[in-house]
Design a protein around this ligand. Structure first.
Ligand code: ATP
Length: 217
């Protein structure tokens, strides 16, 4: 498994982290494409929870989602690297793209526990995923391995309701709202390239590689 941009960033680790338990947050997603909502919630989590590192883990596309409007794994990985390059607290890891199937989140968490045995592990998600979590494979087991950081989304946003805690799950809830949506970007890529939801380097990459093609003029 490749740790794609851990190495070059280790030089920027704060010296204060030496000797204390590292706080590492896993951030799984399709990232099709990664947008400023993703980096915004990761940055908010890093700040509020005093995280040493957020690891972006692009996952395999579920087979029923494949189609002309979806980008391939190497494009999604490359866009994640472009969008996070400026953050010394962020890294991108291809574990979930290269690990043998099935790629369940609890398996990813176990692999990261083996890689970082002395760290406290977190898992970052939006409220839509928090609501769907009971349907994830062995969600209770995942909950025993990580603390969840849940960023409000949609009706749960700054003016909406609170994220509902779940017994036995360690929850850190972050209030806020970011309107970016990967689905909206894919559905109207030529319009969305002009909005502020994409990192400029990602927008350029999408143009250069003619991704999400069906909407191109
Ligand atoms: P799609 O629209 O294709 O479903 P998505 O961004 O919701 O895209 P992922 O790329 O899998 O899907 O998202 C990764 C994680 O980021 C998920 O936990 C999702 O809830 C969260 N997320 C994505 N966009 C936002 C947002 N605007 N605000 C809060 N959380 C978000």
């Amino acid at each position: 498994m490749a740790k794609l941009n851990h190495h070059q960033k280790s030089v920027t680790d704060p010296p204060a982290s030496i000797g204390k338990k590292k706080r590492i947050c896993l951030f799984g997603g399709t990232f099709d494409p990664i947008h400023l909502g993703h980096t915004h919630i990761a940055q908010a989590a890093a700040k509020e929870l005093n995280l040493d590192e957020v690891i972006f883990l692009p996952c395999k596309q579920s087979p029923h989602k494949k189609g002309i409007k979806h980008a391939s794994e190497h494009h999604r990985l490359a866009m994640c690297q472009l969008a996070t390059a400026e953050f010394n607290w962020a890294s991108v890891d291809d574990h979930d793209l290269t690990a043998p199937a099935p790629s369940y989140s609890w398996l990813t968490a176990e692999a990261m526990m083996a890689r970082f045995p002395d760290a406290t592990l977190f898992w970052l998600m939006g409220t839509d995923q928090w609501d769907a979590l009971p349907r994830w494979n062995r969600a209770d087991h995942l909950a025993s391995l990580v603390e969840f950081i849940v960023f409000a989304r949609g009706s749960h946003g700054s003016s909406g309701q609170e994220t509902v805690p779940r017994e036995g799950y360690r929850l850190h809830s972050i209030q806020g709202d970011h309107p970016a949506s990967a689905t909206a970007i894919r559905n109207s890529v030529s319009t969305q390239l002009k909005t502020s939801w994409l990192h400029p380097a990602v927008a350029k990459y999408i143009i250069n590689n003619k991704l999400y093609l069906s909407d191109w003029p």
